[in-house]
Design a protein around this ligand. Structure first.
Ligand code: DGL
Length: 301
C-alpha cells in the first residue's frame, strides 16, 4: 500500500457517487475505485447480518487492489456493517458517512441550547440508532427526530428526479412530521438524497439547515490520509479529463453487480461527470472471492 494506491468507495448503488464527487473535488489526484452493489439494493430494508455479508464480499473482492483506504459511502452499511468488519480486515482502514454528518449537524445547530435535529434515512439506519449516538455525543441536549424514508432510495435508483410527481409525493409525506415540529437542522442520512437537496430545502423552508455529509466525509478522508502520509503526491500520468469524455478509468474505476448501462446513464446526476461503462461482478463472483479469502485466512492461521 502506498500514496498512489487507490481509495475504494462503496455503496448499494448510485448514491455513493455523491461522496465520490466530493472526494474528487477535495483530492483531485487520487485514484478511486467505486463499487455499487446494484444487484442487491436497497440495503435499507435488509438486516444487519445481510448487509454485513454483502459488504464482506465486496471487501474480499477489492482487497487484492490493496486500497489505502475504504470509504463506506452508505449510511446503512456504515451503521450496520462497518464496526463488525474491522476485525475481519485488519490491514484496511475504513471511514463512513455518519460521524461526518453528525459533526456537521451539531455545528449547524449553532448556539441554541436544545436544537431540534431531524434525520431522514433508510429504515435500517434509523433502527440502528447510529445517528442518535453520534449526535448526542456532540450535543447531549439536542432533540432528535428520526424519520425513515424507505421508498426514496429505490425511487431515485429508478431514475426519478426532483420533478417526478411520485417522488415529490413520497418526499412530502416523509418531511411532513419534521416540518410540523419546526426542526432547526435536517440531516440527509442517505447518500442517495443529496440529488434532492434543493427540493428538500424548498420544502423545509428557510431557517432549516439541510446537511449532506458528502463534503464533510471528503474532508475526513483527506485528514486521515494526510495523517497517515498517504495523500497522492499528484503529477501522475493519468490524462486530465476533457469536459464531455467519461472520467478516465485510471482515476475512477467502477464496478457494479448488475445493470452496468443503467448505472452509467444515471451516474452524471450524482457525480456531475460521466463514467465509462462499469465492470460487472456477479454476486457469484463475489461469493467466490470471499471463499478464497476465507481459505487463505484459514491457511495462514
Ligand atoms: N445510499 C445508502 C445509504 O446511504 C442506502 C440506500 C439503500 O440501498 O437503501 O444509506
Amino acid at each position: 500500500m502506498s500514496p498512489t494506491s487507490p481509495i475504494v468507495v462503496l455503496d448499494s448503488g448510485l448514491g455513493g457517487l455523491t461522496v465520490v464527487k466530493a472526494i474528487r473535488a477535495a483530492l483531485p489526484h487520487e485514484r478511486l475505485v467505486y463499487f455499487g452493489d446494484t444487484a442487491r439494493l436497497p440495503y435499507g430494508n435488509k438486516s444487519a447480518a445481510a448487509v454485513t455479508g454483502f459488504v464482506r464480499e465486496i471487501l474480499s473482492f477489492v482487497r487484492p487492489l490493496q486500497p489505502k483506504h475504504v470509504v463506506f459511502a452508505c449510511n446503512t452499511a456504515t451503521a450496520l456493517a462497518m464496526p463488525a468488519l474491522r476485525a475481519a480486515f485488519p490491514e484496511l482502514t475504513f471511514s463512513g458517512v455518519i460521524e461526518p454528518g453528525a459533526k456537521a449537524a451539531a455545528a449547524a445547530a449553532g448556539a441554541k441550547e436544545r436544537p431540534t435535529i431531524g434525520v431522514i434515512a433508510t429504515e435500517a439506519t434509523v433502527r440502528s440508532k447510529a445517528y442518535e449516538r453520534a449526535i448526542h455525543r456532540r450535543r447531549g441536549h439536542a432533540r432528535l427526530l428520526l424519520q425513515p424514508a424507505p421508498s426514496l432510495a429505490p425511487l431515485i435508483e429508478e431514475g426519478r428526479d426532483a420533478r417526478d410527481p411520485l417522488l415529490r409525493l413520497a418526499l412530502k409525506q416523509y418531511l411532513a412530521p419534521l416540518i410540523k415540529r419546526n426542526i432547526d437542522v435536517l440531516v440527509l442520512g442517505c447518500t442517495h438524497y443529496p440529488v434532492l437537496k434543493g427540493l428538500v430545502a424548498r420544502m423545509m423552508g428557510e431557517g432549516v439547515a439541510v446537511i449532506d455529509s458528502a463534503d464533510r466525509c471528503a474532508d475526513d478522508v483527506a485528514r486521515r490520509l494526510g495523517a497517515a502520509g498517504l495523500l497522492h503526491p499528484g503529477g501522475d500520468s493519468a490524462s486530465a479529463n476533457c469536459v464531455d469524455a467519461p472520467i478516465d478509468r485510471e482515476r475512477l474505476r467502477c464496478f457494479v453487480t448488475d445493470d452496468a448501462e443503467r448505472f452509467a446513464s444515471l451516474a452524471p446526476r450524482f457525480l456531475g461527470a460521466r463514467v465509462a461503462t462499469p465492470e460487472v461482478v456477479s454476486p457469484e463472483r463475489l461469493h467466490a472471492a470471499t471463499e478464497r479469502d476465507g481459505q487463505a485466512f484459514r491457511q495462514a492461521g
